[in-house]
Write a protein that binds this ligand. Structure first.
Ligand code: HEC
Ligand code: HEC
Length: 340
């Protein structure tokens, strides 16, 4: 056998071994794939007490896009969690009712893959999407709609009431909890499988050599100790472990009562600038380097940041196709918008 041929075979064996050992390493560090089969995915996200159906998802989508859930008739969930922009708004601090910025200078996190988070909100104060969705509708600086106003608006629109009946049965009570849990049910479907998942699910060629290298660096540096699970985030973790965050003075957010902060997902992270709870960092390599010093007490070189960034591109997921819905007409009794 010619020496080139032997070397060639050796190289193939080594690369196969490297590919699969990387998969083992990734799994061993707690990173998980979005299941490739719909059945397995449903096992994870569906609640048998309120199962996902087409009728509920379609209705939840309409409500998600409906600005009449806000007092001003101008702000929908999609205003701040724009599904065409990676599920965010692209501004540092969210801007809501009466053009008011979030009083704590908080950045809008993405809703994509939020079904995989153990904790919702930057301080993790809500565990479930349904519970979470009640917050922004009522919150003064967001949609500023009291429960009663939301219930009155929706119940004054016959087509909506009918759609609730189709989705939940004739006896459904179209109350605030039902309205917001229907939105949450739609949010559950906002799952974005990526090439990273193909790789973990067995297709070793789904990632390029450079992306594998970046993934390896990501794990070796210790990033996966917090950014793990299916979301590569979504759990509460200590913040400012090794040093103070460079922009900690912007806004007054300090985490939950123990100083813990919800770790953001890294899926679609290339699309969701600006970064950190106060949206103070616009460049992703800068965010990666800041993480090194703040959370790990290490210096991440420009080159390492670039490698990790290359891996992040493999986390850009395939978004579900969303047809922009036509919303049911208001009636004469639908409460009018107010701007106070
Ligand atoms: C004015 C902008 C704005 C509007 C409107 C808005 N949100 Fe949010 N959303 C935010 C901000 C800011 C946060 C983080 C707030 C916090 O942590 O206290 C957030 C948090 C969330 C989270 C938690 C995600 C995570 O990673 O912790 C979800 C889910 C969410 N919103 C869904 C919704 C839904 C559903 C609606 C419509 C009913 C909505 N939002 C309306 C700005 C907005
Ligand atoms: C000790 C836990 C921990 C470690 C280790 C860690 N992170 Fe984070 N990461 C967090 C938390 C918590 C936040 C949110 C901080 C904030 O905004 O207040 C975050 C935020 C981020 C953000 C900004 C996300 C966004 O949407 O705003 C990026 C990017 C990021 N981390 C990447 C990394 C990388 C790369 C590493 C490894 C070099 C790493 N992280 C290590 C917990 C951690």
């Amino acid at each position: 056998m010619k020496i080139e041929r032997i070397l060639g075979m050796f190289a193939i064996v080594v690369s196969i071994a490297m590919g699969s050992s990387l998969v083992e390493k990734v799994k061993g560090s707690g990173l998980k794939a979005i299941p490739s089969s719909n059945y397995e995915l449903l096992q994870l996200i569906d609640d048998p007490k309120d199962p996902i159906t087409d009728a509920k998802v379609e209705l939840g989508k309409k409500l998600y896009f409906d600005p009449r859930l806000s007092r001003s008739n101008l702000i929908s969930c999609n205003t701040c969690h724009n599904l065409a922009l990676g599920g965010v708004d692209g501004v540092s601090a969210a801007v809501g009712h009466k053009w008011t910025a979030n009083p704590h200078h908080l950045n809008s996190p993405t809703v994509y893959n939020s079904v995989f988070f153990d904790a919702q909100f930057w301080d993790g104060r809500s565990a479930h999407l349904a519970d979470q969705a009640q917050g922004p509708v009522q919150a003064g600086p967001e949609m500023a709609s009291p429960k009663a106003l939301v219930e009155k608006r929706i119940n004054s629109i016959p087509e909506y009431v009918n759609e609730f009946k189709v989705a939940y049965g004739d006896h459904v009570k179209v109350d605030f909890e039902r309205i917001t849990s229907t939105i949450a049910l739609f949010e559950k479907t906002l799952v974005t499988p990526s090439r990273f998942d193909l790789f973990l699910n067995g297709n070793e060629n789904a990632l390029s050599k450079e992306e594998k290298k970046g993934l390896n660096t990501f794990i070796d540096k210790g990033c996966a100790s917090c950014h793990n699970g299916i979301a590569l985030g979504g759990t509460l973790q200590p913040f400012e472990v090794a040093a103070k965050y460079k922009f900690s003075e912007i806004g007054d957010f300090k985490g939950n009562k123990d100083g813990m902060v919800k770790t953001p997902t890294l899926r679609n992270i290339t699309q969701t600038a600006p970064y950190f709870h106060n949206g103070a960092i616009w460049s992703l390599p800068d965010a990666i380097k800041e993480m090194g010093s703040v959370q790990l007490g290490i210096k991440i070189s420009d080159n390492e940041a670039k490698e990790i960034l290359t891996f992040f591109k493999a986390l850009e997921g395939k978004k579900p196709v969303i047809v922009y819905p036509e919303l049911p007409k208001s009636s004469e009794t639908t409460p009018k918008p107010t701007f106070n």
